[in-house]
Ligand binder design. Structure first.
Ligand SMILES: Cc1cc2nc3c(=O)[nH]c(=O)nc-3n(C[C@H](O)[C@H](O)[C@H](O)COP(=O)(O)OP(=O)(O)OC[C@H]3O[C@@H](n4cnc5c(N)ncnc54)[C@H](O)[C@@H]3O)c2cc1C
Length: 330
């Protein structure tokens, strides 16, 4: 376990020798995979995360074939297959159907699994690989010069520090402080607002899974976690409230009844959330010695489950290249 509490007196080091070769900002799936890959490659990497604890948020719920191949290459796929539920074909809208079983891969399906379980597997690997993980460490700004990057950090006890690295990667999500510190625009648009998410138990299985059941009232969508729990994605056309408005099970029950005629006996929600979905992308993934990856660089409509999957691809792509540069052969 390399989760470290670095005191500010240990770490204030503006313009001195680097504290790490690479600082990765944000321990979501993108940052965890990247820090793990860099550490495995022998790079001195520190992962900074503002949260004090591991995430227990369900959030993204599907892994694509290519993501599972990336996990397989890192010895993680079989463990996730034991927890998740595969779906070989989808019928998301009208007559559209997508048959994954024809893909030439060991994983011809999508795997339904809560995001926190993916993050837990990635975290274990990152720790075992020897990355330093600083929790309760919020990045507040950065400055770069030709030789490195100084990163300002506020610890959860209120103390402040400046860490220096040869490279920084912002994997700090859609509201990325790293992106804002670079002055990088994030052009795009809002795709859909006020979407409700609920992980619930259902007394009756829905007739259709991975299908948007829509009418003039809104839509509902069900994905099975395989252990009796389902993710419901629900949008009520009549009830467009701010993204931070609370969600109740009654809200989800109501729109489910109005779209499919039954609430399927939903009960015991373990997670309820509401979000706004934007479609945005930075014009450049790199500015000098600072990179952006995952949601910090691009955000997507939830349809297709691209968010977590594409972030993991970013990390898998960047990690070995950055390691090659730091090892002096690229
Ligand atoms: C409510 C909700 C539901 C979602 N549902 C789906 C879904 O169904 N399907 C799907 O594909 N995607 C979904 N997403 C999107 C998906 O969760 C993201 O695409 C994915 O988590 C991106 O991973 P990431 O590592 O790039 O960023 P994140 O997972 O956002 O991780 C960023 C990390 O950076 C940390 N951080 C942020 N700022 C700082 C800072 N200044 N200093 C230090 N640390 C910082 C955060 O605490 C966080 O741990 C959902 C997102 C939300 C919010």
């Amino acid at each position: 376990m390399n989760t470290t509490d670095m005191s500010p007196s240990d770490s204030s080091n503006p313009h001195g020798a680097p504290d790490a070769d690479v600082l990765v900002v944000g321990a979501g799936p993108t940052g965890l995979l990247l820090a793990g890959d860099l550490a495995k490659s022998g790079v001195d990497v520190t992962l900074l995360e503002r949260r004090d604890h591991e995430s227990n948020l369900s959030r993204a719920f599907s892994l694509h074939a290519r993501t599972l191949e990336q996990f397989d290459a890192r010895g993680l796929a079989d463990g996730l297959l034991r927890i998740g539920t595969p779906t070989w074909a989808l019928h998301p809208f009208g007559r559209l159907s997508i048959d994954f079983s024809r893909l030439r891969t060991r994983f011809p399906f999508i795997l339904t699994i809560p995001q926190w379980q993916v993050e837990r597997a990635l975290l274990r690997r990152t720790e075992e690989a020897g990355a330093t993980i600083l929790r309760g460490a919020r990045v507040t700004g950065l400055r770069q010069d030709p030789d490195g990057v100084d990163v300002d950090v506020r610890h959860s006890d209120g103390t402040r520090a400046t860490l220096r690295a040869r490279y920084v990667v912002g994997t700090d999500g859609a509201g990325s402080t790293v992106r804002q510190s670079l002055g990088m625009p994030f052009p795009g648009k809002s795709a859909i607002r006020s979407v409700m998410l609920a992980d619930v138990l259902l007394d009756r299985a829905p007739d259709d899974i991975f299908k948007f059941s829509s009418n003039e009232e809104g839509f509902t969508f069900f994905a099975p976690f395989g252990d009796g729990w389902y993710r419901i994605v629900a949008w009520d056309r009549r009830e467009q409230v701010p993204d931070d408005a609370p969600v109740t099970l009654e809200d989800v029950r109501d729109i489910t009844k109005r779209t499919i005629g039954s609430d399927l006996g939903m009960h015991d929600p373990r997670w309820l959330s509401r979000f706004r979905s934007d479609e945005r992308q930075v014009p450049h993934y790199r500015q000098g010695r600072v990179f952006l990856a995952g949601d910090a660089a691009h955000v997507h409509s939830p349809a297709g489950g691209m968010g977590m999957n594409t972030g993991i691809q970013d990390a898998a792509n960047l990690g070995w290249k950055l390691a090659a540069v730091l090892h002096g052969w690229a």
